[in-house]
Design a binder for this molecule. Structure first.
Ligand code: HEC
Length: 114
């Protein structure tokens, strides 16, 4: 019984650590997003520019691999950031973007009973 209890405590301690670390990863990613100039062209949650698409719901649309591709190599209209970001920054930035899963306001056509 005592053994079982300590195993349970260990599991709890470990899982809350895992959650805490991914939360700080996303917080770091959000900081990288604003510090790297992404916000100049992209909005998230109504904050930022409009040269590029709003990324509030990008986590629904794009896989991590697609985001990585876009960020590292850029496109005709978006600069490449592969040389500017440390691997850790890139990883946390993508973790943050993957967590941006808001539904864009203009696509909520589903009628809600009121
Ligand atoms: C000079 C403006 C500009 C900057 C700065 C910029 N982007 Fe972009 N981004 C764009 C444009 C325009 C597009 C969409 C069209 C395209 O790339 O072909 C885009 C597309 C994207 C997409 C794909 C979104 C989708 O829904 O298809 C992601 C993800 C993205 N950018 C992330 C970033 C991140 C992260 C940064 C900062 C490291 C950044 N962008 C900086 C202009 C910019």
């Amino acid at each position: 019984m005592r053994l079982l209890l300590s195993v349970a405590v260990l599991i709890l301690a470990f899982s809350s650590f895992a959650i805490a670390s991914s939360r700080s990863q996303r917080a770091h990613g959000a900081a990288v997003f604003s510090a790297s100039g992404c916000q100049h062209c992209h909005s998230i949650g109504g904050v930022g520019g409009h040269k590029g698409p709003d990324l509030s719901g990008v986590g629904r649309r794009k896989s991590k691999a697609e985001m990585r591709q876009q960020i590292v190599f850029g496109s005709k209209v978006m600069p490449a950031f592969g040389d500017d970001l440390e691997p850790g920054e890139l990883k946390d930035l993508i973790a943050y973007l993957k967590s941006c899963r808001e539904k864009p306001a203009n696509t909520q056509h589903v009628s809600t009973p009121n």
